[in-house]
Design a protein around this ligand. Sequence first.
Ligand SMILES: C[S@@+](CC[C@H](N)C(=O)[O-])C[C@H]1O[C@@H](n2cnc3c(N)ncnc32)[C@H](O)[C@@H]1O
Length: 229
Amino acid sequence: MADIIKLDGTRPLDFDRDTVEQAYDRWAPVYDLVFGGVFSKGRKAAIAATNKIGGRVLEVGVGTGISLPLYSPHLRIFGTDISELMLEKAKKRVDGFKLKNVEGLAVMDAENLEFPDNSFDVVMAQYVVTAVPNPEKALDEFARVLRPGGELIILTRVSADAGMRRFIEQRLQPVVRPLGFRTAEFAWSRYAQWLAGADGMELAERRLVPPLGHFSLVRFRKMDVAAAA
Ligand SMILES: C[S@@+](CC[C@H](N)C(=O)[O-])C[C@H]1O[C@@H](n2cnc3c(N)ncnc32)[C@H](O)[C@@H]1O
């Protein structure tokens, strides 16, 4: 089955905010147990890239805060998530680890970030873009709050364009949707299409991360036009 794109270029909404919020509220008690280990190599790679840049970091979809202890102490991190129960876990983690570099945690929709333009040196979203109802809108928001010269770093599923993997991903899609995941409709062409329409953003890096080559670490840079002139 081909990806459905409407005549105005948008896709039909297969996810809504309430479904996602409720799904992650349900995941909160067991999330770290189920997804802690399996995604840990990807998270370490993404945090290492962030630590190199430094400054003020927005982690969108921070979830249970599983990555928070990995950031360098000299960074200032703000974490947001749509699920209050996931964030409660994150707050406990911040207290438990006495993390002084976390400046705030707040319930916030990735598609409507409550920050002014150019607020962060790094915007980080780990395994989040495919979970939000309108991924392109969220990516636009990430780019908006990023300062020129800063980086948008995402860990994300890149679906198969064709073949058996694509077939399986398409079949799994209805099964995993109520759990707050999407397996299909995120071929690289979708990210590339967003990038082509995103003013001032360029691709800095794209590389596979475990597990199974289904996920990638992608770094986008917001061009600093003033500095280049
Ligand atoms: C797969 S989990 C990833 C959590 C964490 N980043 C990690 O690395 O394990 C996806 C997270 O995105 C959050 N999320 C989903 N939709 C969101 C939205 N529209 N705005 C903010 N957070 C959202 C979920 O509540 C959940 O915590």
